[in-house]
Design a protein around this ligand. Structure first.
Ligand SMILES: NC(=O)C1=CN([C@@H]2O[C@H](COP(=O)(O)OP(=O)(O)OC[C@H]3O[C@@H](n4cnc5c(N)ncnc54)[C@H](OP(=O)(O)O)[C@@H]3O)[C@@H](O)[C@H]2O)C=CC1
Ligand SMILES: N[C@@H](CC=O)C(=O)O
Length: 351
């Protein structure tokens, strides 16, 4: 079964999924009966391509790597260049929009507008962009439902590690009363590297080079990215409305290698933690760096790996550990949602 997708934004994560699709095409057709066609890509600086019959993904990636611009993709009959993001959403034959532009932690734009435009045009949205979910989850969910389309955002928390779908499906029937997590790959990478003696900004540069950091890494090191993730978890898993400004937030930018050594001497480690507690239907959440004993399971979570502990009323504490950031891992999170839409569509068609 064919499925047309369009990328809005084509940075690390978008290219990550494109690479996966290139190499897993046959497997997806054989195992899932899912034949994904990339029909359009629209990126702010790199340019924009649309072909209703599909783009050659290999050639797209090669062109981008050799010239840095999509405008150098060879012309052929039917190819349209230069559509902006909204035109790409409205005017192409994509079934699903992959919204992978940068996360704006103040306004959530232009990603919120991209999601609204897609839903109004009857198209599914899959995104790793935290802005729309942290700031407008309920409104966007309603709009998607009204238009009978799917809204996937698994990768907004812990990239390809199923921190959102796993508790809702596999822990169904439990009430989650508390969540504690290391939820930012960049800051955990920096803390780990500082323990090994690297300076803060050298470690941050490595995180950027690895594709973990946000376009504006202030969001990683000042805790704003984790604050968004705490809001997403609360709204989605605990079903309690909470606003970003309700979550006090402190980052790691003031910590030094000396702080790491001092903690080590006391048998402790610094970790940037999100803590969410639900009591009598009311939720409190906070983000702050804490010193935790090295014997704490979260203390051994290092580098860009993240971990989340769900305190469940029936199952007790359940911990999930895995990648919190990364190009392939986050590209994969988009694929999880795409397969999910496709399976749902197949089930509906079967009746
Ligand atoms: N990297 C990771 O590990 C993870 C990232 N995420 C989230 O996924 C999203 C993508 O991340 P990543 O790929 O790393 O980020 P990048 O900064 O590498 O890519 C974002 C792309 O979006 C483009 N863009 C920005 N605004 C627009 C617009 N209005 N229209 C079209 N394109 C636009 C940028 O264009 P240009 O640069 O050409 O101007 C850039 O190419 C972000 O929201 C991020 O928070 C979530 C989980 C993990
Ligand atoms: N910049 C983020 C990317 C994933 O959300 C991080 O480092 O965790």
């Amino acid at each position: 079964m064919g499925h047309n997708i369009a990328f809005i934004g084509f940075g690390g994560v978008g290219q990550g999924l494109a690479n996966i699709l290139l190499h897993q095409k046959d497997k997806l057709i054989q195992q899932e009966d899912l034949d994904v066609k990339v029909v359009a890509i629209s990126d702010m600086m790199k340019g924009s391509l649309y072909h209703p019959d599909g783009l050659d993904v290999n050639l797209v990636l090669e062109t981008l790597h050799s010239t840095g611009s999509l405008n150098d993709y060879p012309d052929r009959r039917g190819l349209v260049k230069g559509l902006d993001s909204v035109e790409t959403i409205r005017q192409t034959n994509a079934d699903t929009i992959m919204e992978v532009t940068f996360t704006d932690v103040k306004t959530g734009q232009p990603a919120i507008h991209h999601c609204e435009t897609a839903f109004q045009a009857g198209k599914n949205v899959i995104t790793t962009n935290k802005g729309p979910i942290a700031l407008k989850y309920r409104e966007l969910k309603k709009l998607a439902e009204q238009n009978g389309v799917f809204f996937g955002f698994e990768g907004t928390v812990m990239s390809g590690t199923p921190a959102l779908r796993m508790p809702l499906s596999s822990l169904a029937g439990n009430e989650i009363t508390e969540i504690t997590g290391i939820l930012n790959g960049t800051s955990n990478y920096i803390l780990t590297k500082m323990e090994e003696g690297l300076a803060f900004y050298d470690a941050l540069q490595e995180a950027k080079d690895n594709g973990f950091a946000e376009a504006d890494p202030t969001n990683d090191i000042e805790g704003f990215d984790v604050r968004y993730k705490a809001v997403i978890l609360t709204n989605y898993l605990m079903d309690v409305p909470i606003d970003v400004q309700d979550v006090p937030c402190e980052g790691i930018s003031h910590l030094t290698p000396e702080d790491m050594k001092e903690a080590q001497k006391q048998g402790e480690r610094w970790k940037l933690l999100a803590t969410i507690k639900k009591e009598n239907g009311h939720v409190t959440a906070s983000v702050e760096p804490k010193r935790i004993p090295v014997s704490d399971p979260l203390a051994s979570v290092s580098s860009a790996t993240n971990a989340i502990l769900y305190q469940c009323d029936l199952a007790g504490p359940i911990t999930l550990t895995g990648a919190g950031a990364g190009i392939t891992e986050t590209g994969y999170s988009l694929l999880i949602d795409l397969i999910h839409i496709h399976r749902k569509k197949k089930t509906v068609n079967a009746y």
